[in-house]
Design a protein around this ligand. Structure first.
Ligand code: SAM
Length: 282
């Protein structure tokens, strides 16, 4: 038994025969000290609600509950894990609610219930195959400030580097701009391959993302997404060519935003993209 009165994760994995499925991006953590460290990295969880995607056998979920989260709402796609997670829910008197489903398709606010004035944190060891899509879904939310007050997420290190990348670097791209436009981002620490069953091919990183409070109006957000996609879809081309994909002559817009029409996407700061989106909005 562990401190929380539940069996060690390796026993849970054996008991429910949770052999990892590659198609579901399954690499399971087993060390509750490590998962509590991840939970602490999110900040003080006392009186907070946590939304977790892909709890699997429950290592991170248990870390979150051990660190005092008052409620954890989790979505897991693999039906084999649900029974194991129900054991965790019982041990914590129902503080864990598990839904069986696809996190890309669900409306989180509906699952959680009343999200107004609640301190909600998204904390997850994301499946590598849908991690980026989920992050984009959260960072492009229509309503901003959003329903969550922070995201503490595990990604492959390479994805973490893309999130925090600065202009003129190889890793700088659509994900960097979409995240940094609305939030402060940082890599907190790495997790070695050996921490998982089975070990993934690469090192993972814990990324912390804090939404900034200034309002970004929805129409500008939508236009920014289109501008950023067009610019980085042809990142080697000059903007006067790549932005033609948006349908109008880009040159006057670039000029008005104070950007050289010969510049390439990776040379633009997040601020430049913001100015350009304003020009496309008007
Ligand atoms: N949180 C566990 C841990 O840290 O040991 C498991 C993490 S594992 C990298 C990713 C988990 O996400 C797996 O349990 C997998 O079944 C689940 N998953 C994969 N795709 C999903 C989706 N679209 N929606 C919800 N869960 C998903």
């Amino acid at each position: 038994m562990n401190n929380d009165g539940l069996p060690p994760l390796r026993d849970v994995i054996n008991k429910y025969d949770l052999r990892a499925k590659k198609a579901l991006g399954q690499n399971f953590l087993t060390d509750l000290n490590l998962t509590q460290k991840i939970a602490r990295a999110a900040g003080n969880l006392q009186n907070s609600i946590v939304y977790e995607v892909g709890p699997g056998p429950g290592a991170l979920t248990r870390g979150l509950l051990m660190q005092g989260a008052s409620r954890v709402v989790a979505v897991e796609m693999d039906h084999r894990c649900i029974e194991a997670l129900n054991d965790v829910s019982k041990a914590y008197n129902g503080a864990l609610t598990v839904f069986h489903g696809n996190a890309l398709e669900i409306d989180e606010c509906e699952l959680i219930g009343d999200t107004e004035d609640k301190d909600i944190h998204i904390i997850a060891n994301l499946p590598y195959n849908v991690g980026t899509a989920l992050l984009v879904k959260w960072m492009t939310a229509q309503k901003w400030k959003p329903w969550f007050s922070s995201l503490t997420l595990m990604f492959q290190k390479e994805v973490g580097m893309r999130i925090v990348a600065e202009p003129r670097s190889k890793a700088y791209g659509r994900l960097s701009v979409l995240c940094q436009y609305r939030a402060d981002v940082e890599i907190l620490f790495d997790i070695p391959r050996q921490a998982f069953i089975p070990p993934p091919k690469v090192t993972s990183s814990i990324v912390h993302i804090t939404p900034r409070s200034e309002a970004v109006d929805a129409p500008k957000q939508k236009i920014l997404e289109r501008v950023v996609s067009a610019a980085f879809n042809q990142r080697r081309k000059m903007l006067r060519a790549s932005l033609k994909a948006l349908g109008t002559d880009p040159s006057p817009k670039l000029y008005a935003a104070g950007i050289l029409e010969t510049a390439r996407a990776e040379e633009l700061s997040v601020e430049d993209f913001s100015k350009l989106a304003l020009e496309y909005q008007s």
